[in-house]
Write a protein that binds this ligand. Structure first.
Ligand code: NAI
Length: 285
């Protein structure tokens, strides 16, 4: 699929990332369909999109007419997964089998040109593509949180990804006003590989009782980081961050330096998923 031919984009998963990705696609003029199995999540995504666009108007970055055009470009669906689009971007839970099954199902109802992009944080694209009928059309398109603000996008080619597909996704990222960086396929790619230790070591300090979450966050901020590890995990989603660490631990053959934390696992089990659930390492209620 050539970049100019892209007219429709389907986003699968309307959570923290899917909502923001759908918003910017609609703002860039694409007919965008946002799908989620959870209708409550879809309603929340719609409300967040309107709130974000209104904020854009307040800040003088957007006109009322542009907001209306973006809203008209965006549709929400929770019906059966049968979207037919030029580009599909999946942003569902960080689990290999879920991502593969979505791409497989969608391959059957899409054109021979449709590109299947994954927003995975850590799962190698080669592994996702391995179970798909057309691995050459599977590519990584890794946005950062919040997707409507952060400029960086890692574009990841798996072993079978065609260079044309990677180039088309790079061009699409530019059209979305992002700064794409081409990355090779490795667990966690570039940013998450380096950043993993920010979270893992922060959690170790907490487990060892060296300092509390707030103290560690304050210190990291004072040393120049925009956010400390615990605030950032709450923003990302404690559950998503835990899944990413678990996936990297496994992918690096259980190297202890990537071992997930029990404190974090307990938060996930308790449903303390961060800002999106109202409670994580901090309380947002
Ligand atoms: P989230 O938990 O906020 O949202 C995931 C959504 O997927 C949920 O709304 C859920 O209902 C939906 N879902 C689950 N199974 C589904 C299925 N079979 N079909 C359709 N929808 C389904 O997760 P989040 O944080 O948005 O993460 C999504 C992906 O983006 C993950 O792969 C994650 O690693 C990646 N990512 C997350 C970032 C973050 O900061 N949260 C940053 C960059 C990438």
């Amino acid at each position: 699929m050539n970049f100019e031919a892209i007219k429709t984009i389907g986003i699968i998963g309307a959570g923290t990332m899917g909502q923001g990705i759908a918003q910017i696609c609609a703002q860039a003029g694409y007919k965008t369909i946002l799908f989620d199995i959870n209708t409550q999540v879809l309603k929340k995504a719609e409300a967040t999109t309107i709130k974000n666009l209104d904020k854009g108007i307040e800040r003088g970055k957007l006109t009322e007419a542009e907001k209306q055009t973006a809203l008209a470009n965006l549709t929400y669906t929770g019906d059966t997964l049968q979207l037919s689009c030029d580009v599909i971007i999946e942003a569902v839970v960080e689990r290999l089998e879920v991502k593969q099954s979505i791409f497989k199902d969608l391959d059957a109802v899409n054109t021979p040109d449709t590109i299947f992009a994954s927003n995975t944080s850590s799962i190698p694209i080669t592994r996702i593509a391995a179970g798909i009928p057309h691995p050459e059309r599977v590519v990584g398109m890794h946005f950062f949180n919040p997707a409507h603000i952060m400029k960086l996008v890692e574009v990841i080619s798996g072993a079978a990804t065609s260079p044309e597909v990677a180039e088309t996704i790079k061009q699409l990222a530019l059209k979305l006003d992002k700064k794409p960086v081409m990355a090779k396929d490795a667990p966690g790619f570039i940013v998450n590989r380096v950043a993993r230790h920010f979270y893992v070591e922060g959690l170790k300090l907490l487990e060892e009782g060296v300092a509390d979450a707030k103290g560690i966050d304050r210190l990291m901020q004072a040393s120049g980081f925009k956010m400390g590890p615990f605030e950032l995990m709450d923003l990302i989603g404690v559950d998503t961050n835990y899944s990413v660490t678990s996936s990297m631990f496994e992918a690096f053959h259980y190297d202890p330096k990537f071992r997930p934390s029990r404190i974090q696992q307990q938060k996930v089990d308790a449903g303390y998923h961060g800002r999106k659930s109202g409670k994580g390492f901090y309380d947002y209620q």
